[in-house]
Design a protein around this ligand. Structure first.
Ligand code: GDP
Length: 363
């Protein structure tokens, strides 16, 4: 299962946010007993309103959500790329995740010490990104050193070397590897290096309760930086999330009303992270169960079928398909069938998010 790492400087609210995610998952664990929790790794259900609607429609006995993994990665300090503090461990942990949720402190609170003495989210982002970039540069240097020996005899090495030189140049200008335009072949050459700044990133702006609705001056600075980088941002208050998980559902509504927001931010964070990982959902639905299945954006119908069972992919014939909204409009699968709304899709079909599918296959 793909994983997102929660990354940031010490004391920005990473653990508070991670614990809220996990506690929320544990609260749901009564319904979804397969949600396992390990230290620092939380497998959480992906909130999706469509799932319950489909389950109600089919009167399913079971409703099974998609899941995504979050890893709480220890705080980074300056000098991590030189192996200072827990630097090497930190970088190794990031190397293992598929996307980064970078928590940025955008709240003032004199009781919570800031590692550099004052709250400055842009500085914090630059410190973190510099460490990641330095680690990537070292990685590229090592690879190019190895390629050097083969350059004269191997033209493939020359191609790779040129691409890596381009990525290095960008990193030296403080631009992450993900900002370099690479075609599919080039990307295949760069990927094995596991560059940290190639991983997709979302900045989670950790706000105080009051600033969730009224905003503050830090927010626009970070949002502008993210636009320049082509990254996403989301606003969240780790502290509010930590409080919400302590409350009953009636108390939650009252509390959310009192601070002027409709719902907590975890749902948004989980959904945004799921998308950031390139993940999408299709559904299967029937009396026994309604289930959300995770696939990678761009997968064909046989590949998506293979997620349920490899036999489904191997013996794939076709998929009876309908968009979830269309199915809800029809009122039931049999009604949709009567109306001729079920499409028969073949091997070339690219599955869309929200498709409800039934696979026909040879055994
Ligand atoms: P980490 O080192 O990044 O994991 O940070 P923690 O989650 O341990 O949080 C550090 C301190 O900041 C703790 O005392 C938290 O209670 C506090 N904290 C976290 N989020 C917020 C927030 O949104 N507002 C305020 N005022 N304090 C927060």
């Amino acid at each position: 299962m793909l994983k997102a790492g929660i990354v940031g400087l010490p004391n920005v609210g990473k653990s508070t946010l991670f614990n809220a995610l996990v506690a929320n998952a544990q609260a749901q664990a009564a319904n979804f007993p397969f949600c396992t929790i390990e230290p620092n790794i939380g497998t959480v259900a992906v909130p999706d309103e469509r799932l319950q609607l489909l389950s109600d429609l089919s009167q399913s006995k079971e409703t099974i959500p998609a899941q995504v993994k979050f890893v709480d990665i220890a705080g980074l300090v300056k000098g991590a790329s030189r192996g200072e503090g827990l630097g090497n461990k930190f970088l190794a942990n990031i190397r293992e995740v598929d996307a980064i949720v970078h928590v940025v402190r955008c709240f003032d609170d004199s009781n919570v010490i800031h590692i550099s003495g004052q709250v400055n989210p842009i500085d914090d982002i630059e410190v973190t990104n510099l460490e990641l970039a330095l680690s990537d540069l070292a990685q590229i240097e090592r690879r190019r050193e190895r390629l050097k020996k083969q350059l004269r005899t191997n033209s493939a090495s020359e191609v790779e070397d040129k691409i890596l030189a381009r990525v290095a140049e960008s990193l030296e200008q403080e631009k992450p590897a993900r900002s370099v335009t690479l075609n599919e072949e080039e990307l295949l050459l760069v990927k094995p290096l596991g560059l940290l700044t190639l991983k997709p990133i979302i900045y989670a702006l950790n706000l105080s309760e009051d600033d969730l609705t009224r905003g503050n001056s830090y927010i626009s600075l970070v949002e502008e930086l993210a636009v320049r980088e082509g990254s996403q941002t989301i606003r969240i208050s780790a502290q509010v999330e930590a409080e919400l998980i302590e409350l009953s559902s009636a108390e939650r509504i009252a509390y959310l009303n009192s601070i002027g927001v409709k719902e907590g931010g975890l749902k948004n964070l989980i959904q945004a992270t799921y998308h950031l990982l390139g993940l999408r959902t299709y559904f299967t639905t029937g009396e026994k169960e309604t289930r959300a299945w995770t696939f990678q954006a761009g997968m064909t119908a046989p590949q998506a079928a293979g997620i349920i069972h490899t036999d489904f992919e191997r013996g794939f014939i076709r998929a009876q398909t309908i968009g979830y909204q269309k199915l809800l409009d029809a009122g039931s699968l049999s009604e949709a069938r009567n109306k001729g709304w079920l499409r028969s899709e073949g091997k070339e079909y690219t599955v869309a998010d929200g498709d409800v599918m039934e696979f026909l296959f040879n055994t």
